[in-house]
Design a protein around this ligand. Structure first.
Ligand SMILES: [Zn+2]
Length: 108
C-alpha cells in the first residue's frame, strides 16, 4: 500500500467530513443539548467533564441561544453526548485535527 492510500484509509476509519461538520454543529447553540448530556467533551483541549462543570456561556444577541465555553481552555468547542457522538479521545482528537489543524475545513 502506498502512503496516499494508507492515509485515505486512516481518514475513512476515523470520521468523514460530513460527520466532522455534523459534530461541529453541536458545539454551537448547544445549551439545551448539554443539559440533557451525561458527559461533555472539548475538542480543543480534549478534556471531558460533567455538564455541571460548564460555568460560562456565549449568548447569541438575536435569539438568546447559548453556546458553551470550555471550563478548561475557554474555547467554544464543547459537545455533549446527547448529540449522539462517542466522545472518545480518538473522536476528540479527530475533531481537533480537522477544525484546528486542517485549513480545508470551514464552518459553513
Ligand atoms: Zn477545552
Amino acid at each position: 500500500m502506498n502512503a496516499t492510500a494508507f492515509r485515505a484509509r486512516i481518514e475513512l476509519t476515523v470520521l468523514t467530513n460530513d460527520q466532522l461538520k455534523a459534530a461541529h454543529n453541536h458545539s454551537i447553540r448547544n445549551h439545551d443539548e448539554i443539559q440533557r448530556s451525561k458527559i461533555c467533551g472539548c475538542f480543543y483541549c480534549l478534556e471531558t467533564y460533567a455538564p455541571a462543570a460548564l460555568q460560562s456561556w456565549i449568548t447569541e444577541p438575536e435569539t438568546n441561544e447559548r453556546t458553551a465555553e470550555c471550563p478548561h481552555c475557554g474555547i467554544d468547542s464543547v459537545i455533549g453526548d446527547a448529540a449522539g457522538f462517542d466522545l472518545s479521545p480518538e473522536f476528540l482528537r479527530a475533531m481537533h485535527k480537522a477544525w484546528f489543524e486542517d485549513p480545508r475545513m470551514d464552518t459553513d
